[in-house]
Design a protein around this ligand. Structure first.
Ligand code: IMP
Ligand code: MG
Length: 329
């Protein structure tokens, strides 16, 4: 048994979908499992030149790899079926590929309605918080109890611990800065967004080989707290980087990369492979800046910024990749 994990090191929207899609191409993985979050996630994927946005369904589906919504997630049957239809309409084969673990909890219409009234956190209004609350209060409903989902239900224990060799890619949602424990509470999501969350989905810790940390060349955050400094450069950054929510369409607040956050996320997640996405956006902006402590470090071009990052990571055994928007890794 082997498992690799994909985690986001910032506030979500760093390109995990793209990394999952890229890794699936190797044909090495037998399963792709989403391990946290619900349809608050929005993973943008370019497959054969077409753009797809998934919320629940793991990106393994694009390569016909068994794609499972794990018990660390919460699932909305309404959104699940909508997404299934969208994939089918987009020409993606879904039959016999997409499953939901039987012990995954359900997001109900009343969860959605309740979350729709949130004005404190700036949630995605997808019922995520209320669904996790009911799960932990032991008032929730597991997917196995929902008649419409029967065709898609799977026992993850039997699936992963049977006779067959498995090689799992765990696809995370949201990001370190939104993690329920390590994020900036209460401006967080209701699930665990760290590598630790993946092993709650039925895999022993010893099976983990690689942890792919995904970061962006700058930071974005969506929600109610003030995040973006008062400087027009960040509005320009949002424009050039097309930083609007994949799920809600909301404008994302922008800032320069916070190295301290990235470093903390690398340490807590045990990152072995690291991707910095959207490097080309800073190039379009003509500014390269990283925050560290109370300082901002400015670079005169992308090369210097990359060198600085590589120097910071020198003492560690991490494979570092830099990538442009929509570019392959
Ligand atoms: P919730 O997860 O919908 O409850 O929202 C809690 C916070 O997490 C809000 O600030 C959301 O904007 C943020 N959030 C949730 N999911 C995502 C995501 O996939 N990308 C970026 N932000 C997210
Ligand atoms: Mg997203």
């Amino acid at each position: 048994m082997n498992a690799d994990i994909i985690v986001d090191l910032q506030y979500g929207d760093c390109g995990k979908g793209k990394v999952t899609h890229h890794l699936c191409k190797s044909g090495e993985y037998t399963h792709v499992i989403r391990y946290n979050g619900g349809c608050n996630a929005g993973h943008t994927i370019y497959h054969n030149g077409e753009k797809y946005v998934t919320h629940h369904i793991p990106a393994g589906v694009f390569y016909g790899i068994k794609s499972i919504i794990g018990p660390g997630c919460v699932v909305s049957p309404t959104q699940f079926f909508k997404e299934l239809e969208e994939l089918k309409e987009g020409g993606i084969e879904t039959a016999g590929i997409i499953y939901i673990a039987k012990n995954t909890h359900v997001i109900t219409d009343s969860h959605m309605e309740e979350d729709g009234k949130d004005s404190k956190i700036g949630t995605t209004k997808r019922g995520n918080g209320p669904a996790y609350r009911d799960k932990y209060a032991r008032n929730g409903v597991r997917a196995e109890k929902v008649p419409e989902l029967q065709e898609y239900i799977i026992d993850l224990y039997d699936e992963l611990h049977g006779d067959k060799d498995v090689n799992v890619l765990f696809e995370g949602a949201q990001g370190f800065g939104l993690d329920i424990d390590w994020g900036d509470y209460p401006y967080v999501t209701s699930s665990h967004c760290t590598a630790g969350a993946a092993i709650l989905n039925g895999i022993p810790p010893q099976a983990i080989s690689k942890v792919w940390g995904v970061a962006k060349a700058y930071e974005t955050y969506v929600g109610r707290k003030k995040f973006q400094p008062d400087d027009d450069i960040f509005n320009m950054l949002r424009q050039v980087g097309s930083e609007y929510g994949a799920t809600t369409g909301r404008p994302r607040q922008c800032n320069w990369m916070n190295w301290d956050l990235v470093e903390k996320a690398i340490n807590i997640n045990g990152v072995t492979d690291l991707v910095f996405n959207k490097m080309d956006i800073l190039d379009k902006l003509g500014k390269w800046v990283i925050r560290k402590g109370n300082q901002t470090v400015q670079f005169s071009n992308e090369g210097y910024m990359k060198d600085w990052i590589l120097t910071m990571l020198e003492a560690r055994d991490i494979n570092v990749h830099f990538s442009g928007d929509k570019e392959r890794i």
